[in-house]
Design a protein around this ligand. Sequence first.
Ligand SMILES: [Zn+2]
Length: 56
Amino acid sequence: MRVVECNVCGETISAADDEELTRGLKEHLGDEHDETPSDDEVHQTVDREAYDAMDS
Ligand SMILES: [Zn+2]
């Protein structure tokens, strides 16, 4: 399980892996903040800030 915090509102987004996390964060930014970052930008955020979380 991988987790990243939204850099706008601080909500935590979680996913099975970084690829899914990138999609989830991008969707969150679009839905919640009307932002349309590129895949690259979101991927960089995930690379920089995502961390492992316990599955349970
Ligand atoms: Zn947010």
